[in-house]
Ligand binder design. Sequence first.
Ligand SMILES: Cc1cc2nc3c(=O)[nH]c(=O)nc-3n(C[C@H](O)[C@H](O)[C@H](O)COP(=O)(O)OP(=O)(O)OC[C@H]3O[C@@H](n4cnc5c(N)ncnc54)[C@H](O)[C@@H]3O)c2cc1C
Length: 339
Amino acid sequence: MLPIARNTALRAVRSHSRLPFLQRLASTLAILEQKEGALNSASLGAVTAGQKIGGSIHGFVAGKNVKGVAEQAAKVNGMEKVIMVDNEAYERGLPENYAPLLVENIKKGGYTHVIVGHSAFGKSLLPRVAALLDVQQLSDVMSIESEDTFVRPIYAGNAIHTVQSTDSIKLFTIRQTSFPPAEAEGGSASIEEGTDPKAECPTQWVSENLAKSDRPELATASKVVSGGRGLKSKEEFDRLIPPLADALGAAVGASRAAVDSGFADNSLQVGQTGKNVAPQLYLCAGISGAIQHLAGMKDSKVIAAINKDADAPIFQVADVGLVGDLFEKVPELTEKLKK
Ligand SMILES: Cc1cc2nc3c(=O)[nH]c(=O)nc-3n(C[C@H](O)[C@H](O)[C@H](O)COP(=O)(O)OP(=O)(O)OC[C@H]3O[C@@H](n4cnc5c(N)ncnc54)[C@H](O)[C@@H]3O)c2cc1C
């Protein structure tokens, strides 16, 4: 089920008691994401996770002109020290040179835990770091039982696995919807220059094409309105879903079938291979509720679904269900909300 690294014993456990004396020895490196001098606040979930482990917490930030980001990170509540590497080579977070950079700094700091968000950055970075350190990575950790025992989903979230790691360095990505960002104020950490191995980077960042939207950011929105294959076409998706989202002040999401059919941009995909969301309200129309979709939204506080099939699996997780034709119900709901 889970690959076992050569020097690793990673095993499922039933329960585990906290070991306070080990906690005092724990030292966490929280990898912080930044872009063009702006700290990604969602990445401060790694600090929150570090607080659950106990012991000291250092932040790590690298990129071009990151002094300001380091100063911002130094104010984060619970942060003891910020390690900063100011080098343009790390600005785009390319894992090919970021991984050796991190390894050097992990070794130098002697950290017991290294935590990064389960974001595109964290997911491409941490496996390389784990391979270089010859330890086992844990992915998508949802909760921390103790300094060596973690809870994570398997089988697209259909089973929850409690695992114990005996690796000397525990490396893990965290589900950001499970660890809210640490408080941005209240800390007064020192800032220290990190080690820069200046590793060669065989890949080159060429360009990026980001979807722009005035709506709330999908991954962090408090309300999400999603559409699925039941919308039938891009024209119908655009006609029905964004107006309902706007009436609620919500972000727009989509199922993979809707994305694959070209109804919505793939940055809007919710699910196992898309984004994880946990809003206060997740309202979806024309989505059947496949397990891969549920994996990305079932932690939502209130789930409301519109589907013409009363037996659709989405109704098994929905708090509120409306059986009916979405082409009738969605415009009706939008009009009522506007009033
Ligand atoms: C490895 C892997 C990863 C995957 N990752 C993801 C992922 O990240 N996210 C994801 O969403 N899926 C993912 N999938 C795909 C997933 O298995 C489903 O195929 C997909 O979620 C189905 O999308 P859907 O619910 O929009 O479409 P369908 O399953 O086709 O459902 C459409 C629904 O619309 C309803 N409907 C139709 N017409 C109307 C109407 N007029 N009014 C009301 N309701 C109507 C139907 O009753 C039906 O329930 C993944 C699959 C695999 C194998």
